[in-house]
Design a binder for this molecule. Structure first.
Ligand code: AMP
Length: 275
């Protein structure tokens, strides 16, 4: 009989502010080691030591589990943070997001999208046409959950990412999260950069473009980061939130991993003008 899977989630905070969060889908035999690793991460996070760490574990109903392929990964080179953000805006427009919505999202991420100008615990939901914020709680946002990858795919991913110098927890976990978000037909694209002050990379992901990584999407030392999910106008927001937060998805197939390319060359390849 196949080992049953559990969803394991960690959320850490300090003085009621979000510090870090992470999660995985694992078999019962790996639960204790995974829980210990998540607690260690929460206590050693560069955003500061947590004063509250919560770990929750839930059994996954086997009938509710779906499987999928990770998105293709490509690193896009840019000259500066401003240039990378311009690239993100151009590529979001490629994905059907208006310039207004793209620029608004970049500004919210830069300013801190939660009330008080700090990072949210989850993602913003943004109407891809009007740029209006749609998440029910602007401090919490929407937290994508119940995601993971099989042990076989985890090994394969290491083989793919290591030669590119990208085999780290940031990239692996972001790829899995972005892979779930991009699968939903009501999500046009996602934009993310980390709230970890030591980690300057970010990405844009969509079904068509895959996972496009920018090594410098924010300045070093910056603790404001976040995620923006651009929604198809008029979509059923509550159904989407339920799916993102509760529907279990285990990735069991790899996507392609391409060598780095300049973002302007990539846009030209897509058949558009960069400016
Ligand atoms: P990280 O990539 O962990 O540095 O997270 C960057 C930002 O993404 C956080 O500040 C949150 O706003 C958001 N975020 C983190 N985890 C999730 C998640 N599971 N679902 C949605 N948004 C998230």
């Amino acid at each position: 009989m196949k080992e049953q899977l559990y969803s394991i989630r960690m959320h850490a905070s300090a003085s009621s502010e979000h510090v870090s969060g992470a999660e995985s889908l694992v078999g019962v035999g790996s639960l204790d080691v995974t829980a210990a690793n998540l607690v260690r991460r929460a206590l050693q996070h560069p955003r500061g030591p947590a004063d509250q760490v919560r770990v929750s574990i839930d059994l996954i109903e086997p009938a509710s589990l779906t499987y999928g392929s990770l998105p293709a990964l490509r690193t896009l080179e840019a000259d500066s943070v401003a240039d990378a953000r311009q690239a993100a805006a151009v590529l979001l427009e490629q994905g059907g997001v208006t310039r207004t919505a793209a620029v608004a999202a970049i500004q919210w991420l830069a300013d801190g999208a939660a009330p008080g100008g700090v990072s949210m615990r989850g993602a913003m939901l943004i109407d891809s046409q009007s740029g209006q914020r749609l998440e029910p709680d602007p401090a919490r946002g929407v937290r994508v959950s119940r995601i993971g990858l099989t042990d076989e795919l985890a090994e394969q991913l290491t083989e793919q990412l290591a030669p590119l110098g990208l085999d780290n927890a940031h990239v692996r976990e972001a790829l899995v999260l972005a892979g779930k978000v991009a699968r939903h037909p009501d999500v046009m694209a996602e934009l993310c950069w980390s709230d970890d002050p030591d980690y300057t990379a970010g990405y844009l992901c969509s079904r068509r473009l895959g996972y496009l990584r920018f090594p410098k999407l924010k300045p070093p030392g910056e603790t404001r980061g976040g995620r923006a999910f651009f929604l198809r106008t008029g979509c059923h927001r509550e159904a989407l939130i339920t799916w993102l937060e509760s529907s279990p998805l285990l990735f069991n197939q790899a996507g392609e991993c391409y060598p780095p390319v300049s973002w302007r060359d990539y846009v030209t390849e897509l058949g558009t003008g960069a400016d």
